[in-house]
Design a protein. Structure first.
Length: 318
């Protein structure tokens, strides 16, 4: 790892232009790890990276530190290639979305990710699929290189960890808890950060409640399936984790499925499980993810995808 980190430093020092991107429809880990890395580079190298995203930006993240530094890629002049591109938290190549050309055209590419990926897109990979969040890897890199951190960086790393572990409900190792303890000792206030995330529009909350109330149950109540139709999808700014969490509270439910109709022939699938891993189901649909939280975007009708998902999960239940 020392050799890779030295190369990371060399590439940052030699770059006149740096861009940091993540997956389409970014979540808390993607956004906050991106902003934290950008601030680390600015503070320790005196260079200001451009942070870009594609898709919908969640309303709950509008109050995170340095939010204004995240720019929609369609509003940025990218006619000149960047010397260095960082790709964070992207999982698989298809998840990069409209940012793919920006990444491909960069002089050098570095990826930092906690998803398992057998086909990386970067020249240098600083990945750890055992990490709880991409923000955890960024934190480790900063510590190992002795980089200076400020309160903004600490808050962003903490938000990355909090959001991607469900406030530690999904933490599988003690590493992330010890990391948060260090951040709290450095001045992070978890209650204040939690309150920053209470920022959803009324229509989004009401839509989430309505979708959850229409959920269907299969295989003797072991599978809960929620469907977000296209009109409702527009009200959820691309994220709908609350629906998954609500259905996960129901006794007897082992698998939670959410289907989102993005277009007539494009359906997003989100999968959660209390029992067996669901990443194999996601992979069968062309996606991927973590063992108990995975997903895919399938270019087919909602009805066809629904039938396929239920069939795949039925195979897991046998």
């Amino acid at each position: 790892m020392k050799k890779e980190l030295n190369l990371l430093v060399e590439k940052i020092r030699g770059a006149n232009s740096i861009v940091i991107v993540g997956h389409k429809n970014p979540d808390g880990d993607c956004v906050c790890a991106t902003l934290a890395l950008a601030r680390l580079i600015e503070l320790n190298f005196g260079k200001v990276p451009v942070c870009m995203y594609d898709g919908n930006f969640p309303n709950i993240l509008d109050n995170v530190p340095n939010r204004t530094n995240m720019r929609y890629y369609g509003h940025v002049d990218v006619t000149r290639p960047f010397d260095l591109a960082f790709i964070l938290d992207y999982g698989t190549e298809v998840n990069i979305g409209g940012l793919k050309n920006i990444v491909d055209n960069a002089g050098y590419r570095i990826e930092i990710d906690h998803h398992k990926n057998d086909n990386p897109v970067a020249n240098l990979c600083l990945n750890d699929d055992a990490a709880a969040a991409t923000g955890e890897i960024v934190f480790k890199i900063a510590n190992e290189l002795g980089w200076t951190r400020d309160d903004t960086i600490n808050d962003l790393i903490a938000l990355s960890l909090l959001t991607d572990t469900g406030f530690f409900k999904f933490a599988r190792r003690g590493t992330v808890l010890r990391m948060m303890a260090d951040l709290v000792d450095a001045g992070v206030n978890i209650e204040q950060l939690s309150n920053l995330l209470n920022n959803k529009p009324r229509k989004a909350v009401l839509t989430e409640a309505a979708v959850a109330s229409r959920a269907e149950f299969f295989y003797r109540g072991r599978v809960a399936l929620a469907t977000v139709m296209r009109d409702d999808y527009k009200k959820l700014d691309g994220r709908s984790d609350t629906i998954l969490n609500l259905l996960g509270h129901i006794r007897g439910v082992e698998y939670i499925v959410m289907l989102k109709q993005q277009k007539d022939t494009q359906t997003s699938v989100s999968l959660r499980s209390r029992a067996k891993p669901v990443n194999t189901v996601a992979e069968a649909l062309g996606g991927g993810g973590h063992a108990f939280a995975a997903g895919a975007v399938v270019h087919d009708t909602l009805e066809n995808v629904r039938a396929r998902v239920l069939d795949l999960i039925g195979g897991e239940l046998k």
